[in-house]
Design a protein around this ligand. Structure first.
Ligand code: ADP
Ligand code: MG
Length: 558
């Protein structure tokens, strides 16, 4: 197939491309981060494939990314000697979006430029970001191990279609040339490009080379420049903590997460002993658009002895910590480790429980500071899943929970169980909560009247998962968690007890009549001092399902 073909972009690809050009205009320099990131991924892939197929290296094992500019032609070229693409791969990878959740992502876009830019960032800006600054992009590529004549040239103006044709390529890998738009010509400026690469790609573990600055005693001519590495070129997590600045940690975070925003916090640890591994784990500020989608991308980047093995290694953290981003680099796993092996491996199991503790410790630390509120309002409901999923760490998770309560009467969830315990009445032996599908309904619940009157604090719960979560937890520090809508009020003051008895006597005949009328609908009718304003309320038996559980079961047709 030496002929030139013109092919259309997949519909989603075309939409994403247009969105990208329009939403990310104010953030255009990130295209460079994306293209260098792809070049580095391509080198990682070759490094991995060549482990058992050395011939792929064609005798050249020196990995590098070369970046060069031509100010007059207004072009910028990024070349790597990674895995490269065949003609068919170029058509597929550059013409379609294969990512899972693409449809969901498209549906979640709002039309608000700022919000969408954030979402696109999380989705992964990727290759198409080249079209933010270029009105024509050429990708000259050849897969490692195939003949020079198998090279392919992919070209597009970033509109509806692209062309593909065969073009010989001497060296393996991919070379991408951007023909810059007039108002983006500054990206053909050597100094400008250097500073952007420094900013975003310093931690990339392969050298990013640019032609050495021309000095007076420079003998090289323009045809054969001498190249110099402009980045640090060691994997960030292998360096010692003391030598890494916050900026470096943040830029590495952006590299692995595609987030535009900084991370909220991170934890970097080297473990030595029976198991040896290094982990670098980040808590993002923002939820990914698909946090609630069961097949969202999750998990850590896995390296074995500094060789990249796979993305989204989900065996290293439980599902309720799926929002954590990071890297784990093991010295014990075999280089040919697969997802199947990870599932059964005992070392992985141990690492998973250690990494889980690390994350929970990092969150406990975060919980002491001002940023915790942001964390909790974003990820609180996911953390609650852990109460059912991670029995071993139930207590640690319980300490991370924050609630709205009758004490502050605000919707903000900022009170912990310990705050509640500290305010508890001396004789109180339960932690009370009220649950409804939204905050306002919950705080207006007639069940609260008695508690407000008695000055007993009640947690106000309205996250969908809360009812379930409280049942999973059962108690905190020996104090039973009690739904105020269930059963008798366990605790009453002497005065309330007397009032209750008096009421029972005086209302006996009324109660009997009501029981007779309502016998089909309710199990029992009881007079109660519980209500101070509403005439009646429905109470669920202690061993009955909670109201929310009941709705869930009903919805499921039971
Ligand atoms: P992502 O990197 O998240 O997969 P991109 O849009 O950045 O998404 O890239 C799409 C795909 O194009 C990559 O997954 C890869 O298969 C291919 N690709 C992009 N750049 C290169 C490159 N320099 N070398 C080889 N393949 C590449
Ligand atoms: Mg990419």
């Amino acid at each position: 197939e030496t002929t030139k073909e013109t092919l259309g972009f997949q519909t989603e690809a075309k939409q994403l491309l247009q969105l990208m050009i329009h939403s990310l205009y104010s953030n255009k320099e990130i295209f460079l981060r994306e293209l260098i990131s792809n070049a580095s991924d391509a080198i990682d892939k070759l490094r991995f494939e060549s482990l058992d197929q050395e011939s792929l290296l064609e005798g050249l094992g020196d990995y590098a990314i070369h970046v060069s500019v031509n100010k007059d032609a207004k072009t910028l070229t990024i070349a790597d000697n990674g895995i490269g693409m065949s003609r068919d791969e170029a058509i597929e990878h550059l013409g379609t979006i294969a990512k899972s959740g693409t449809a969901n992502f498209m549906a979640s876009l709002t039309g608000d430029q700022k919000k969408d830019a954030q979402l696109i960032g999380q989705f992964g800006v990727g290759f198409y970001s080249a079209f933010i600054v270029a009105d024509k992009v050429e990708v000259h590529t050849r897969r490692a191990g195939s003949a020079a004549t198998e090279g392919a040239l992919w070209t597009s103006h970033g509109e509806a279609d692209f062309t593909i044709e065969s073009k010989e390529k001497e060296t393996r890998g991919t070379s991408i040339t951007l023909y810059l738009k007039d108002d983006c010509a500054d990206f053909a400026d050597d100094w400008r490009v250097r500073s952007v690469i420094k900013k975003y790609s310093d931690h990339i573990s392969v050298p990013v080379m640019m032609p050495a600055a021309q000095g007076a005693d420079d003998e090289s001519d323009a045809e054969t420049p001498t190249w110099e590495a402009i980045n640090e070129a060691t994997a960030l997590w292998t360096r010692s903590k003391a030598d890494i600045t916050d900026d470096e940690y943040q830029s590495f975070y952006k590299h692995i997460s595609h987030d535009f925003d900084d991370a909220l916090t991170w934890s970097h640890n080297k473990v030595e002993g029976k198991l040896e591994y290094t982990s670098l784990l980040y808590v993002p500020k923002n939820a990914p658009f698909d946090l609630w989608n069961r097949d969202m991308a999750k998990g850590l980047k896995l390296y074995v002895q500094r060789t990249f093995i796979m993305d989204e290694a989900e065996q290293f953290l439980p599902l309720y910590l799926r929002f954590i981003k990071g890297v784990v680099d093991s010295n014990d796993l075999p280089l040919n480790v697969s997802r199947e092996i990870l599932q059964k491996d005992g070392a992985v199991e141990n690492m998973r429980s250690a990494l889980t503790k690390r994350v929970l410790d990092m969150l406990s630390k975060l919980a002491k500071g001002d940023d915790y509120h942001q964390f909790w309002s974003t990820f609180g409901p996911v953390i609650k899943e852990g109460l059912g999923e991670d029995f071993a760490n139930k207590d640690k998770i319980a300490k991370l929970l924050r609630f709205s309560t009758t004490h502050s009467d605000s919707e903000v969830q900022d009170q912990s169980f310990d705050d509640y315990l500290g305010r508890m009445k001396p004789e109180q032996d339960k932690i009370y909560y009220v649950f409804a599908e939204n905050h306002n309904t919950a705080r207006r619940s007639p069940h609260l009247e008695y508690f407000r009157k008695e000055g007993i604090e009640v947690l106000i719960l309205s996250d969908r998962i809360d009812d379930w979560a409280m049942m999973q937890l059962g108690e905190y520090e020996g104090k039973k968690l009690q739904d105020v809508a269930k059963g008798d009020l366990a605790q009453q003051s002497e005065e309330a007890k007397q009032a209750q008895e008096a009421l029972e006597q005086s209302s006996e005949s009324l109660v009997e009549r009501m029981k007779a009328v309502l016998s089909e609908q309710v199990e029992s009718v009881r007079p109660s001092v519980r209500l101070t304003e509403s005439p009646t309320c429905l109470v669920v038996g202690d061993f009955d399902m909670g109201a929310q559980m009941r709705r869930i079961m009903e919805a499921a047709g039971q």
